[in-house]
Design a protein around this ligand. Structure first.
Ligand SMILES: [Zn+2]
Length: 67
């Protein structure tokens, strides 16, 4: 019995971790959320940025909006 015994029963869905758009550091501080937008600040360089939660069908065509 291991911690991955459930693997065979569980399907896999895509997950894309958020990274800083300026320095690519992972795991930014998240300080707010408005619907599908989350507000982040980079722990390394301090850049503020937003992430947008996508629907499955938006993954292939995502184009980040200009400010
Ligand atoms: Zn950064």
């Amino acid at each position: 019995m291991g911690e991955h015994d459930e693997d065979a029963q569980h399907s896999v869905v895509p997950y894309c971790p958020v990274r800083c758009p300026r320095c690519a550091a992972p795991k930014p501080f998240t300080y707010g959320r408005k619907l599908r937008i989350r507000y982040h600040r980079c722990r390394d360089c301090g850049a503020g940025f937003r992430s947008l939660e996508l629907r499955r069908e938006q993954l292939a065509t995502f184009d980040p909006p200009r400010r």
